[in-house]
Design a protein around this ligand. Structure first.
Ligand code: SF4
Length: 254
């Protein structure tokens, strides 16, 4: 094989790798430093993690990585993403759904709310957050001086988990690629993650809401605020004040 051909194949392979990272929701890549090679593997991994999350100057955006190549991955429109989902059977949740609940709202929204998955009413109407918890979210949006049509509302999984259970890891892991594509299409300034499932998908973490609240996180250029799911409020009115505190911070940011 000629050197030129080998180089071309290597570049193609790298491109596929970065595309895959992007679909998985990773938006930064660490620039490893030469001296780290001398260190033990355990210390090196710890340091690399630190570099990714703490040292802004040593991370670069995935978009920039893709920009190295001639043809960066195509940014899909919401319609194209819905088309790509089709009559999806990629995970076991398809067995129990009546409708796929894709998401709705302003395709250019500055604010996106992400929940975990559709409930019974959402499954019937093919619309996100229209049950009791949804009505509460609508009240919150109104209290912010906005309309539902000003923001975008969607979930990590697009099909209703049976008995309104939380999505399982394999289900969220299969479906979240569409959420990431939606976020890329909308390109919001602020993302509000409602509950642990949404926060764990968007922020690639295993932390719970309680540990993630109280500060802004990053998803690409968007700021991410984590708060309680409105359904948790229905079960525990004590969450009302902390949720409202979080929403006020988001309002200030907008
Ligand atoms: Fe497909 Fe997502 Fe529904 Fe699973 S939850 S079947 S991945 S659309």
């Amino acid at each position: 094989m000629s050197l030129e051909l080998e180089l071309k194949e290597l570049l193609e392979e790298l491109k596929r790798y970065f595309e895959c990272q992007k679909i998985l929701g990773l938006d930064t890549i660490a620039l490893a430093r030469e001296k780290k090679k001398e260190e033990s593997s355990k210390t090196y991994k710890k340091e690399l993690k630190h570099q990714v999350f703490k040292e802004k100057k040593t991370i670069i955006n995935i978009e920039e990585q893709l920009g190295i190549f001639d043809k960066p991955s195509k940014k899909l429109t919401l319609e194209e993403i819905r088309e790509e989902i089709g009559d999806c059977t990629r995970c076991k949740l398809h067995q129990w759904r009546t409708n796929i609940v894709f998401g709705e709202g302003n395709p250019k929204a500055r604010l996106v709310f992400v929940g975990e998955g559709p409930g019974e009413e959402e499954d019937k109407q093919a619309r996100p957050f229209v049950g009791r918890a949804g009505q509460l979210l609508t009240k919150i949006i109104t209290a912010m001086g906005l309309r539902r049509s000003d923001v975008y509302i969607c979930n990590v999984v697009k099909c209703r988990p049976p008995g309104n259970r939380s999505p399982e890891l394999d289900e969220a892991g299969t479906c979240e690629q569409f959420l990431f594509k939606q976020l890329r299409a909308i390109n919001p300034d602020v993302i509000v993650c409602l509950g642990s499932v949404a926060a764990q998908s968007v922020l690639r973490t295993k932390e719970k809401v309680g540990n993630l609240r109280g500060k802004f996180h990053s998803y690409g250029r968007a700021k991410v605020r984590v708060t309680y799911h409105p359904a948790a409020l229905l079960r525990n009115p004590g969450y009302k004040k902390p949720l409202w505190d979080d929403i006020q911070v988001v309002m200030k940011e907008l």
